[in-house]
Design a protein around this ligand. Structure first.
Ligand code: HEM
Length: 373
C-alpha cells in the first residue's frame, strides 16, 4: 500500500517536472529569438517566425488576395475586424521603421499633427497600442511598468509611455506599422473632424492641409463622396463602439513605389516609357474603433505595396475587375490616364497565359488517357 502511494507521488512529481521543463524551454525559445538579432535579413524573418511561435492558436495576418468586384455601387465596404489582428507586424517592419523614423525627424509637420485638447485621446491611443502590441507580440515588445517604458526588441529602442510620454502619437507611430488618426465629432456641425494624426504614408494628400477639417473636406477630391457615402459614414461613426470594430480596404495604382505620397501623382515624363515593371499596387487596410475614455473615433491605416508584375493570374483578374468597375470620374481621380492601358494589357496577358497553360495541361492529360485505353 505504502509503495503504491509512493509510486503515485513519484508519477505526479515527474509530470510536474516535465511540464515545467517544456514550458521553460518554449519561453526560452521565444525570447532567445529576440535577443540574437544579428542582421536585418535575419531580423525580418525573426518577426514572422517568432510571431507564429508565440501564438500558435492565432494566425498571423494575411492581406486578402485581390478579388473581382462584387457590386457596382460605391459602398463603405466594411467588415468585422478580427481583433487579434488589429495591428500587424511582418517582414517589412525593419525597412518601414527606418523610413518612419526618417520622416518623423526630417519632415515632422508633414507626418505628425496633434491639435490642442487632444492630449487625453492621444494618450489613450498609445495605451491601446502598447497594450495590444506587448500582448500580441510579446517577443517583440515588453512593457516595464516600474519605469513606464516599452522596449522594442526589434529595434532595441526604449520609449517612455503613460503620463510621462510627451509625444504619444509619435511613439505609437514608431512602434507600429500602422498610421493613426483621431476624429472627434464637432458638437455644432455634427461632423467628424480630424484632430490628431500620425500619417507617415499618405496616399495622395497633405496632412497639414487637412488637419482640423471635417470628413466632407477630407474627402472633397473623392467623386460623389457627399451623395453616396458622407451621411452613411457619419451615422456609422455615431454608432461605433469599442466592441464593434470594423475594417475596410482600398486600392490605388502608382507609377512609383513611394510610400509617402503627399499629392496626386504627376504624369510620367513623355520621354519615360511606362512599363508594367514601374507599377505598384498600393492597398490600404483601414480599421475603425471608438476610444472608450475620450470618445473619439480611432482610424488606423496600414499600407501594402505590391509590384504589379508579382501578381499571379488570379489577382490580375481581381485587379482588372476592380479597376474596370470604377466609373469614368473615379478612374480619372485614381490616375487611370497615366497607367490604365499598361495595367489592363499586363493583366490581360497574365490571364490569357494562364488559360493557355491550363489548356496545355488538360490536352496532355486527355492524350495520356486516350493512349492508356
Ligand atoms: C467608413 C469610413 C470611410 C470610407 C467609406 C472612406 C472612403 C473613401 C474613399 C472611397 C476614398 C477614395 C479613394 C478610395 O477609393 O479609397 C477615400 C479617400 C480618402 N479618405 Fe476616406 N473613407 C473613410 C474614412 C476616412 C477617415 C476616417 C479619414 C480620416 C483621415 C479618411 C481620409 C481620406 C483621405 C484623406 C482620402 C484621400 C482624399 C484625396 O484623394 O485627397 N477617410 N476615402
Amino acid at each position: 500500500m505504502a509503495t503504491d502511494v509512493f509510486a503515485a507521488l513519484l508519477l505526479v512529481i515527474a509530470i510536474i517536472v516535465i511540464y515545467i521543463t517544456k514550458y521553460n524551454s518554449q519561453q526560452w525559445k521565444i525570447f532567445s529569438n529576440c535577443h540574437t538579432i544579428p542582421s536585418t535579413k535575419q531580423r525580418q524573418t525573426t518577426v514572422v517566425e517568432s510571431t507564429g511561435l508565440v501564438h500558435t492558436t492565432l494566425k498571423p495576418f494575411q492581406l486578402p488576395t485581390l478579388k473581382p468586384r462584387t457590386s457596382s455601387h460605391m459602398a463603405m465596404g466594411l467588415k468585422r475586424l478580427e481583433e487579434s489582428n488589429w495591428l500587424t507586424i511582418d517582414k517589412g517592419y525593419h525597412s518601414e521603421h527606418v523610413l518612419r523614423a526618417y520622416m518623423l525627424e526630417n519632415a515632422r509637420p508633414d507626418v505628425l499633427q496633434c491639435l490642442p485638447n487632444t492630449e487625453a485621446a492621444c494618450h489613450e491611443v498609445l495605451d491601446l497600442v502598447t497594450s495590444f502590441l506587448s500582448k500580441r507580440f510579446p517577443e517583440c515588445f515588453t512593457i516595464n511598468h516600474s519605469t513606464s517604458t516599452i522596449f522594442n526588441h526589434l529595434t532595441k529602442e526604449s520609449h517612455l509611455i503613460g503620463a510621462q510620454c510627451s509625444n504619444p502619437m509619435e511613439v505609437a507611430a514608431r512602434l507600429a506599422m500602422e498610421d493613426f488618426n483621431i476624429l472627434v465629432k464637432d458638437p455644432q456641425s455634427g461632423e467628424y473632424t480630424l484632430m490628431a494624426s500620425a500619417t507617415l504614408f499618405p496616399a495622395g494628400w497633405q496632412l497639414q492641409e487637412r488637419i482640423g477639417t471635417s470628413m466632407a473636406n477630407l474627402h472633397s477630391p473623392v467623386p460623389r463622396w457627399q451623395e453616396k457615402l458622407g451621411s452613411a459614414v457619419n451615422r456609422y461613426f455615431d454608432h461605433l463602439s469599442p466592441r464593434t470594430c470594423m475594417e475596410r480596404y482600398n486600392l490605388f495604382i502608382q507609377t512609383t513605389n513611394e510610400l509617402f505620397q503627399d499629392g496626386p501623382e504627376a504624369p510620367p515624363p513623355l520621354a519615360v516609357l511606362l512599363t508594367a515593371e514601374n507599377i505598384t499596387v498600393r492597398r490600404e487596410r483601414q480599421t475603425f474603433t471608438r476610444l472608450e475614455q475620450s470618445g473619439g473615433v480611432l482610424f488606423t491605416v496600414r499600407t501594402y505595396m505590391q509590384p504589379l508584375i508579382e501578381l499571379g493570374a488570379e489577382e490580375s483578374e481581381g485587379l482588372l475587375s476592380q479597376i474596370r468597375g470604377w466609373d469614368g470620374e473615379m478612374q480619372r481621380y485614381k490616375g487611370w490616364d497615366h497607367w490604365g492601358t499598361v495595367v489592363e494589357q499586363w493583366c490581360e496577358r497574365q490571364i490569357s497565359q494562364q488559360r493557355k497553360d491550363l489548356y496545355i495541361v488538360e490536352d496532355a492529360t486527355l492524350r495520356e488517357r486516350k493512349l492508356s485505353v
